[in-house]
Write a protein that binds this ligand. Structure first.
Ligand code: CO
Length: 504
């Protein structure tokens, strides 16, 4: 009897150790194949109906090439930027994609091989001798795309933007904003759109930043008016090395999380490692929150630092000021997986990595303390909100999420979180669908915060192609309003934006 019990007990954990997964790694890997072709067509394979009120253009950016003529790149963050444009007009949709013709893209396509080192580990062939002292990095324009001030700009955080023609997606050249940006000066890939700027009589403005890392780091803030001119630019020096990808704004402040990392540049200089591989996460070091005032009406007009234990943050969802506090919602990781020189990102072990989770931080001006609480433990990334709520107290968050509640896994679902009631709604594309960043688009003349649509690209492994899905933002429990089947796949992308202007 005893033996039988022991036998039964030994069976149980065994059974639990092989849970039914919501995906297969082979399916997921299909979305990391290069797309070399450039397309231009009306989408006619559609399930459901495109709402006629949905008029405008969704621009998306991301690595289109995961190899150069068969030579694999080391990390998708090193892939050449490819813009996808989905235009919605009168209930129809049009697709076009083009690579950003950066100097590096043009030269490498001509040579048919890798000519540049990448920030995330792509090395020129030839080992360390070919890479030693080559600190010139390739501006790959692959992280975000915005339409602002009549200009379409492909953004990459370590250098200047590339301007594109929104009608043809042709690359027009680098953008310097009438000389306010200097050659090689960075302009981050995570601008925030202030729907009503205090300093401009309530006109919208775009706020962005740049990071110049070193022993101390310079953070520069840019504010652009509707005409696309930089109307405010101020620089601040903060102690220590910064690895900062994103920030958040309120009407009065720009807020940055200085992740606890150290940077050892020696392997980079001698050519055996790329910049991204020289960053080491320091789990026992505090995260520093840097609060930079945007204007002279701010409560605190000097740069202020706060300390908290937060893990690693790539993306923030939103921030707002309420009473004595600044509230910040961010996706935090317990640790940063290091980019290893010999590793293949396609072989990533999701189960052993820590998931991104949504946390809320409250900075209190009175007590000068930071309080933090987890809002969502499900693995999630790529938050999106109603653009009218940027920097304001808000209720709804839309975010890419894992299908299963408790494991780290690829994003296969879209989660809507009601931050007031705590209600969750999940729309899932599992088992064979994989999802990217959702974008919330308000319905014209909408009054409720969640009255609109959520647009996302879903990689469908069954057909090795991507779909554009349109969800009713007010109800994720409904089936998608429409699913637009593209004729091809789009490699997993990074960020994008919607404009109500229609470009075809
Ligand atoms: Co990002």
């Amino acid at each position: 009897m005893n033996n039988i019990n022991k036998y039964m007990q030994s069976l149980k954990p065994e059974k639990r150790a092989i849970p039914e997964k919501s995906y297969t790694r082979e399916d997921w890997q299909g979305g990391y194949q290069s797309l070399t072709q450039e397309f231009d067509y009306w989408i006619d394979d559609i399930e459901g109906q495109i709402p006629p009120e949905l008029q405008g253009t969704l621009f998306r950016n991301g690595p289109g090439l995961l190899d150069i003529n068969g030579q694999p790149i080391h990390h998708p963050f090193d892939g050449d930027g490819m813009i996808s444009r989905i235009s919605f007009v009168n209930g129809r949709a049009h697709y076009r994609n083009r690579f950003v013709r950066t100097e590096g893209y043009v030269a490498e396509q001509k040579a048919g091989k890798i000519l540049h080192r990448g920030v995330f580990g792509t090395q020129k062939p030839g080992g360390w001798l070919a890479n030693i002292f080559d600190l010139k990095i390739k501006n790959i324009a692959n992280t975000n795309v915005i339409y602002w001030g009549g200009k379409l700009l492909a953004l990459w955080e370590a250098a200047e933007p590339h301007q594109l023609d929104p009608h043809t997606l042709e690359t027009l050249g680098k953008e310097y904003f009438n000389g306010v940006l200097s050659a090689g000066e960075a302009f981050s890939a995570h601008p925030r759109f202030d729907p009503s700027s205090n300093q401009d009589e309530g006109a919208p403005c775009l706020v962005n930043f740049s990071i110049k890392p070193g022993l101390s780091t310079t953070i520069t803030i840019f504010e652009l008016n509707l005409a696309g001119e930089i109307i405010r630019k101020h620089a601040h020096s903060v102690p220590g090395f910064c690895f900062i990808h994103d920030f958040v704004i309120t009407p009065n402040y720009c807020i940055f999380f200085q992740n606890p990392v150290i940077f050892n540049p020696i392997p980079l200089v001698v050519g055996i490692r790329a910049a991204g591989e020289c960053i080491k996460f320091q789990p026992h070091q505090a995260t520093r929150v840097i609060v930079i005032p945007r204007n002279s009406q701010a409560r605190q007009t000097k740069v202020k630092f706060w300390e908290t234990q937060s893990g690693f943050v790539f993306h923030h969802a939103n921030a707002f000021e309420v009473g004595d506090e600044i509230v910040i919602d961010s996706i935090c990781y317990e640790s940063l997986p290091e980019v290893e020189p010999e590793s293949d990102f396609r072989q990533v072990n999701f189960e052993t990595n820590s998931p991104g989770q949504l946390w809320r931080f409250r900075l209190n001006w009175g007590s000068e303390t930071v309080q933090q609480e987890m809002i969502e433990s499900r693995c999630c990334e790529f938050p999106s909100i109603n653009p009218m709520c940027v920097g304001r107290n808000y209720q709804y968050l839309y975010i890419g999420a894992a299908h299963e509640e408790t494991v780290n896994a690829p994003l296969q679902a879209l989660l809507k979180i009601d931050l007031k009631s705590g209600e969750r709604q999940l729309w899932s594309a599992a088992p064979r669908g994989f999802i990217g960043e959702p974008i919330f688009v308000p319905r014209p003349s909408a009054e409720k915060e969640d009255d609109g649509w959520v647009l996302a690209l879903v990689y469908d492994a069954t057909h090795h192609r991507s779909d554009v899905v349109i969800l009713d933002a007010s109800d994720f429990n409904r089936e998608a309003i429409a699913r637009l089947h593209l004729k091809h796949h789009i490699p997993y992308g990074l960020h994008g934006n919607f404009t109500t202007e229609v470009f075809i």
